[in-house]
Design a protein around this ligand. Structure first.
Ligand SMILES: NC(=O)c1ccc[n+]([C@@H]2O[C@H](COP(=O)([O-])OP(=O)(O)OC[C@H]3O[C@@H](n4cnc5c(N)ncnc54)[C@H](OP(=O)(O)O)[C@@H]3O)[C@@H](O)[C@H]2O)c1
Length: 329
């Protein structure tokens, strides 16, 4: 089959399109003929050689895809050749075919076109596992989403609003903030011009944020703890601003607040805390509202799979809103 290749660690120009070995359908797995994959920030790091694939995963890029099942391995129940699906992957999505553990499959939601469904698994699973399963966001609480116009951010806003929370976002331009407002965000902070601690406190009458979904890491840690309300929960999922910073435990203790951090890719395929557990929760708790159109994938644009380099350059320029799709055929 053909897949996106990496000639050497580097910029978007190192991505090519060429022949690679076909995936092997192991026990408990299916093979999906890929219609589309979506680009994630982590793919850029992997291309640069800074985020290697976990042991046993394909070293082809791509953490999510959509397509049609073309092969079903042993020990798989509930899925058949011809089923239209989308899938959470540990790698391998930027290709014509990919092998996926069956527990990481989701049916194509009714009403969502098959290629578009590729934009859902990574963002819905990340937001659901962190904001809801871990931080337990409740109706009436304030959710602060950093990078509100990102792939992750556009889903976090929608799921926060759906849960009855007041959603605050940071983003880097008035246009991006306008896109966040259209999705239901109420407190809009331009992080290039404004201080999010001050803005969120003012907008909430001094309360702060009950839950913060953070993608910046070290550079925002102190201010994220500052903005937390009493009993607040900070969940880190990205380190765009570094990995090491000092944490003031005194402030945390006074607020009875907590700090956690997770990665989806590092979770095991099955068992407690696994990808399969998150995918099953998403299918049960979120999929019905995706099918009703209450929650929708936000697509910036779609490009042919063979032009993955352009898609990576676009994410690096950070001029997109939502997800970028790579489409086969
Ligand atoms: N842990 C996990 O399991 C997991 C899973 C998926 C994604 N993630 C992480 O989630 C983040 C978003 O991923 P994505 O694929 O959705 O990426 P993306 O669409 O490329 O978004 C990155 C965002 O970061 C924003 N940003 C940059 N500097 C910022 C700052 N100082 N304050 C606030 N926002 C800032 C950018 O907007 P502006 O340039 O306008 O600020 C952009 O919207 C990434 O860090 C990714 O690694 C983690």
């Amino acid at each position: 089959m053909r897949a996106v290749t990496i000639s050497e660690p580097g910029g978007p120009e190192v991505l090519g399109w060429g022949e690679v070995p076909d995936p092997v359908c192991g026990p408990g797995e299916v093979v999906v003929d890929v219609v589309a994959a979506a680009v994630n920030r982590a793919d850029l790091l992997q291309r640069q050689g800074r985020y290697p694939a976990p042991a046993g995963a394909s070293d082809v890029l791509g953490l999510e895809c959509s397509g049609v099942i073309s092969e079903v391995g042993t020990d798989v129940a509930g899925w058949a050749v011809g089923d239209e699906v989308c899938a959470l992957l540990s790698g391998g999505g930027y290709a014509e075919r990919v092998a996926v553990p069956a527990g990481q499959l989701l049916p194509r939601p009714a009403g969502v076109e098959l290629a578009t469904a590729a934009a859902l698994p990574e963002v819905v699973c990340t937001v659901w596992s962190n904001v809801f399963m871990l931080a337990g966001l409740r109706a009436g609480e304030v959710l602060l989403v950093h990078g509100g116009s990102s792939g992750i951010g556009t889903m976090a806003i929608q799921l926060g609003v759906r849960a009855g929370a007041r959603v605050a976002v940071t983003a880097g331009s008035p246009e991006k903030l306008a896109a966040c407002r259209e999705l239901g965000a109420e407190i809009l902070v331009d992080h290039r011009e404004q201080d999010f601690v001050e803005e969120v406190r003012t907008a909430t009458g001094g309360h702060g944020a009950d839950v913060v979904l953070d993608i910046i890491g070290a550079a925002y840690l102190a201010r994220n703890v500052d903005v937390l309300a009493t009993g607040g929960r900070l969940v880190g999922i990205g380190t765009q601003g570094g990995v090491r910073a000092e944490l003031d435990l005194g402030v945390l203790m006074r607020k009875r607040a907590s700090v956690a951090a997770t990665t989806l890719r590092g979770r095991p395929a099955t068992g407690p805390g696994s990808k399969a557990e998150v995918v099953a929760a998403v299918r049960r708790e979120v999929w019905p509202d995706v099918e009703r159109g209450v929650v929708r994938p936000i697509i910036d644009r779609r490009l042919p799979m063979s032009r993955a380099g352009e898609a990576h350059a676009l994410l690096e320029s950070s001029t997109h809103v939502g997800k970028v799709l790579l489409v086969n055929g």
